[in-house]
Design a protein around this ligand. Structure first.
Ligand code: SF4
Length: 228
């Protein structure tokens, strides 16, 4: 219930003027192939179970994906890759994610974005990143009792985890920060392990920088680290 209240609060956020303008403009202008659809056009809250052992952390909603459907990684190519892999390794009940009422359910997992509104060119500013961080911290606080592993999709999410670590767990992040890479792992006693994966963006999946097998491997490792 607390998570639901948090989701509602996130949805009403208008703290970043540039992102509010962009998410709403995209929702009006639309992409030609979706012109008959009503876009969400608001912040996209986290999605998944309340007692998550795994948190998959992305960058931000896609303009015509989460910003259209209202659910993170839903209705875009990145989500196609992510949920197919989650289904293969047993973290989702189905391999596709097309709309909020498609029956998708996650297993022991929650997915959230470091920045909750779609940014132009998928690039939030540092100020927007910092402004949005408190939503992530509140969400982590609520799933803290069960959370064991954070999978950072990309360097942005990897970097967004350290402030959460100090804020929610009162643990000073290592200095220098461990470097992000595909399969990078940072672990310490009493806090969730951090596992890196290349982002599921088309840029990475079309070029083969991130293959389905590579993603399966990281998500399987996340399962083991989470004791699943
Ligand atoms: Fe609010 Fe985050 Fe959206 Fe900024 S990016 S308006 S802080 S939800």
């Amino acid at each position: 219930h607390e998570l639901r209240a948090l989701d509602q609060a996130v949805i009403g956020c208008r703290s970043c003027p540039r992102l509010v303008e962009w998410r709403e403009r995209v929702a009006v202008e639309k992409r030609a192939s979706f012109r008959d659809e009503t876009y969400w056009g608001r912040p996209v809250p986290g999605f998944g179970v309340a007692d998550a052992r795994i948190l998959i952390l992305g960058l931000a909603p896609a303009a015509h994906g989460g910003n259209r459907t209202g659910r993170i990684f839903t209705g875009d190519r990145s989500g196609d890759v992510l949920f197919a892999s989650m289904h293969r390794v047993g973290l989702a009940n189905q391999s596709t994610s097309v709309s909020i009422d498609d029956g998708l359910a996650l297993v022991d997992t929650r997915i959230a974005a470091a920045v909750r509104c779609a940014p132009p060119d998928n690039k939030p500013t540092p100020a927007e990143r910092d402004t949005c961080a408190h939503w992530l911290h509140s969400e982590v606080e609520l799933i803290k009792p069960t959370l064991r592993v954070v999978v950072a999709l990309g360097a942005f999410a990897w970097a967004a985890w350290w402030p959460a670590l100090s804020r929610v767990y009162a643990v000073t992040p290592p200095s220098p920060r461990p470097r992000f890479g595909h399969g990078s792992l940072w672990a310490a006693d009493g806090v969730p392990s951090l596992l890196g994966s290349y982002h599921v963006s088309q840029q990475n999946t079309f070029t083969g920088r991130l293959t389905p097998a590579m993603l399966d491997s990281v998500l399987s490792q996340a399962r083991s680290l989470a004791g699943l």
